[in-house]
Design a protein around this ligand. Sequence first.
Ligand code: NI
Length: 187
Amino acid sequence: MGKPFLLPILTDGHPTLRKAAKKVDEAELRQPAFQQLIDDMFHTMYEAPGIGLAAPQVDVSRRLIVVDLQDDESRPYVFINPKIVESEGEVRSVEGCLSVPGMVGDVVRFAKVTVSGLDRNGKRQRVTATGLLGRCLQHEVDHLDGVLYIDKATNLRAAESEAEQAAANEGGVAYDPHVDGAHSVAS
Ligand code: NI
């Protein structure tokens, strides 16, 4: 495996962000170029910095996301052909996106989701998540359908406070005015 490359992140207005991405088949998944893309996406996400990135954001219209909250409890996730197979409850929180720099908005998401898909080795995995991880997974899966959080957000605004600027990064949650126990800031 080569050294990871920094990929340009597309911003709102680019047509690839609005297309439904294609499913990845087993043969493509096993190609060195695809495995390199996964490494490049992690590298690009960490450098941004962000906590999640979907392939369409780097102009690759494939159903692939990477997520890493970079906190003590979480780990990096690769999901290929992810699907939300279970969902529960609703929670409103502040959200941003690397493809919509400098902005945040309030978005209602499922409070708890189970996501099913393949890992980078093609093995089936299921992850049940709440909080920031659950929100980030929903945000990234939306990208694969050409949906940006700004389509769902209310009170879309320029990020001002430090917490909001942190949330302006991918899937970041600055605070949660409607639920006890605010999520941690991620950037
Ligand atoms: Ni995004």
